[in-house]
Design a protein around this ligand. Structure first.
Ligand code: HEC
Length: 156
C-alpha cells in the first residue's frame, strides 16, 4: 500500500468520527430542548382555549370569526403533538408521564382526537349557532382532559 491511500484512509476515519460526534450532539440537543418545546405547544393550546372562552363569556366583537381562528390554531398544533413528544425525556418540572411512550399509539390517537374535535368546532363556529358552538367547545375541552388524565401528572 502506498502512502497516498493510507492518508486517504486516515482522512475517512476522521470524517466518520466527525459524523458520529455530530449525531451525538443532535441527539443531546433534542433531549435538552424537547420539554420546553412541547410546553410551548401546550401553552398555545391553553391560550387558544382561554381565548375561545373569553369570546363566548364576554360576547366579544369578532365573535365567531375569532372562534374559528382559535379552533384552527388548536387543530394545527394538534398535528405537532406527536412530533413534539417523540423524544422520550422527563424532567423535574415536566408533567409528562412515562405512559406517553409506553402507550404511544394511544397518545397519538388522543392528539388526533383533538384534531378532529377542533376541526369540527371550526366548522360549527362558521355557522354561528351559539348553543352548537358551546357544545363543540365542550367536546374540544374533553379531548384535552382525556389526554391529560392518562398522560399528564395531576397537579400537586
Ligand atoms: C395527546 C395528549 C394531549 C392533548 C390532546 C392535550 N394535551 Fe396538554 N399536555 C399534555 C401533556 C403530556 C402535558 C405535560 C407536558 C410536560 O409537562 O412536559 C400537557 C401540558 C399542558 C399544559 C401545561 C403547559 C405548561 O405550562 O407546563 C397546558 C396549559 C395544556 N396542556 C393545555 C392543553 C389544552 C388546552 C389542550 C386542548 C386544546 C391540550 N392541552 C391537549 C398532553 C396533551
Amino acid at each position: 500500500m502506498n502512502r497516498g491511500s493510507q492518508g486517504t484512509r486516515v482522512g475517512w476515519v476522521i470524517v466518520l468520527a466527525l459524523i458520529a460526534t455530530a449525531g451525538l450532539v443532535l441527539a443531546q440537543g433534542a433531549e435538552e430542548g424537547a420539554p420546553a418545546y412541547r410546553e410551548k405547544i401546550m401553552t398555545v393550546n391553553g391560550a387558544s382555549m382561554g381565548a375561545i372562552n373569553d369570546v363566548l363569556k364576554f360576547k366579544l366583537p369578532g365573535g365567531t370569526e375569532h372562534i374559528v381562528a382559535h379552533a384552527e390554531t388548536i387543530q394545527r398544533e394538534s398535528r405537532l403533538i406527536a412530533g413534539a413528544f417523540q423524544t422520550e425525556v422527563m424532567t423535574e418540572e415536566s408533567r409528562a408521564l412515562p405512559t406517553i411512550w409506553q402507550q404511544w399509539d394511544q397518545f397519538v390517537g388522543a392528539a388526533e382526537n383533538l384534531g378532529q374535535a377542533s376541526a369540527k368546532l371550526a366548522e360549527v363556529a362558521k355557522g354561528g349557532d351559539q348553543a352548537a358552538i358551546m357544545a363543540e367547545v365542550k367536546v374540544v375541552g374533553q379531548a384535552c382532559s382525556n389526554c391529560h388524565n392518562t398522560f399528564r401528572k395531576p397537579n400537586e
